[in-house]
Write a protein that binds this ligand. Structure first.
Ligand code: FAD
Length: 389
């Protein structure tokens, strides 16, 4: 009897837990099971890239344990449990916990599987040594490994790479960043805004190696020697790889659920299979795969209504992204892909940059603010179009 079977959420990241909170606001009775491959502790992922400078240990980043979440949410939280199969015809999940396999019936199923870091491909005997820090357990491993060491190479000068560089350099590490584009944050920002970030981080000590890539990593002197494509060699103690993330889609794909960049859903977050939904980094909602907090909050609110009997479409306002390069903060509302238009600078000095992306009619389609210009974010965001009305 599917009506009595629980709502099952796979994932205890911000998406999974936020949905559970929203659900419990509307319905305290339907059985709820939340499953995680990890320890199920509740933490805010964005805090990983500011923790060193704020002197917060991995333990201090845990806001609630899985057990506390289970009590607060009147839910069963299954930790260290991987979902390895979904029998969509019989609404049954295969769970793997240690050596044990078990089955679980669901009434409604939500995939909140997150995203996974893209693996860097380099040569050398230390090719596998780079830390990819995408969850609290990854951060714990990196945190332990940096005890007593002085230098870190960050591969990738995008959002996450720049945030880690910003954090580590202010915490006393010698920091190198290798980025193939000519500027850090080059895919998100117009040139002058990138330049101000680069200058601010460089002044604090970050050494940028731009327009080049890492060819190889070799163990040497207890650390690693990186050889760059431009011939430069760097000796560092630890390496972080931050070249991007991709939605976790393998499980859905293998079960016949449609996948494009992310798990394909409509505006109700419904996949093509009855009573299976997707939310958060893993979801591609009506063509939008946005790996940020604001979209998953909007999605969780709408989906909670849908799951409790009031089908509700998700809408995305204009949702600017704040980049926590605290030495030069950035807020950016990236123009829609393929939008015709140009960047204009309203302001460009050593303290701040204001750039607006407008079309031929002068309509604002996006903006980028750096340094003390970030204070204009709310004002500009109100004028920019919603992502999905
Ligand atoms: P996740 O947190 O990745 O959760 C996925 C969950 O699914 C995990 O519990 C995992 O164990 C579970 N899971 C996966 N597969 C299985 C399986 N087969 N079986 C069981 N469980 C499974 N966004 C912002 O908006 N602002 C920021 O400032 C910001 N800063 C960031 C800084 C860093 C360093 C990083 C890495 C990201 C940042 N982001 C930021 C992005 C934001 O953190 C993510 O969009 C958000 O946390 C994604 O949440 P999620 O629940 O979708 O995924």
């Amino acid at each position: 009897d599917y009506a009595c079977a629980p709502i099952v959420i796979i994932g205890t990241g911000l998406a999974g837990y936020q949905l559970a909170r929203e659900l419990r606001k509307l319905d305290q009775r339907t059985p709820l099971v939340i499953i995680s491959a990890d320890d199920g502790n509740n933490y805010s992922k964005p805090q990983l890239s500011t923790a060193f400078h704020k002197q917060r240990t991995p333990e201090q980043l845990v806001s609630h344990t899985a057990r506390q979440m289970a009590t607060t949410l009147s839910a069963q939280v299954l930790t260290f449990t991987e979902v390895t199969g979904i029998d969509t015809a019989n609404r049954c999940l295969t769970l793997k916990s240690g050596l044990q396999n078990q089955q679980l019936q669901y009434g409604k199923l939500v995939l909140a599987l997150g995203s996974e870091p893209i693996e860097v491909t380099v040569g050398g005997n230390a090719a596998g040594c780079a830390f990819r820090i995408n969850d609290l357990q990854d951060f714990q491993r990196f945190y332990t490994a940096t005890s007593g060491v002085k230098s870190v190479l960050v591969i990738g000068g995008g959002l996450i790479g720049c945030e880690y560089a910003n954090d580590l350099v202010q915490s006393g590490f010698e920091v190198h960043v290798v980025e193939p584009q000519a500027k850090p944050l080059g895919s998100l920002l117009p040139e002058k805004a990138s330049e101000l970030v680069e200058k601010s981080l460089a002044q604090a000590g970050v050494q940028f190696h731009l327009g080049t890539t890492v060819d190889s990593l070799e163990y040497c002197n207890g650390g690693v020697r990186a050889t760059l494509a431009n011939g430069v060699q760097l000796e560092v103690a630890r390496v972080i790889s931050a070249i991007g993330v991709r939605p976790r889609t393998a499980l859905a794909k293998s079960m016949g659920i449609a996948v494009n960049r992310g798990i394909v859903t409509d505006r109700y977050l419904a996949t093509g299979i009855e009573d299976i939904y997707a939310l958060g980094d893993c979801a591609e909602v009506d063509g939008h795969n946005l790996c940020y907090v604001a979209p998953l909050m909007a999605g969780a609110r709408a989906l909670a209504h849908t799951l409790t009997g009031t089908p509700t479409r998700v809408a995305y306002d204009n949702m600017p992204v704040s980049i926590k390069t605290t030495l030069c903060p950035v807020t950016v509302s990236v123009p829609p892909r393929d939008a015709a238009g140009e960047w204009h600078y309203d302001r460009c000095d050593n303290q701040g940059v204001t750039a607006r992306f407008t079309d031929a009619q002068g309509q604002l389609l996006g903006f980028a603010l750096a340094g003390d210009a970030c204070s204009q974010a709310t004002h500009l965001s109100e004028q920019a179009p919603p992502i999905m009305q």
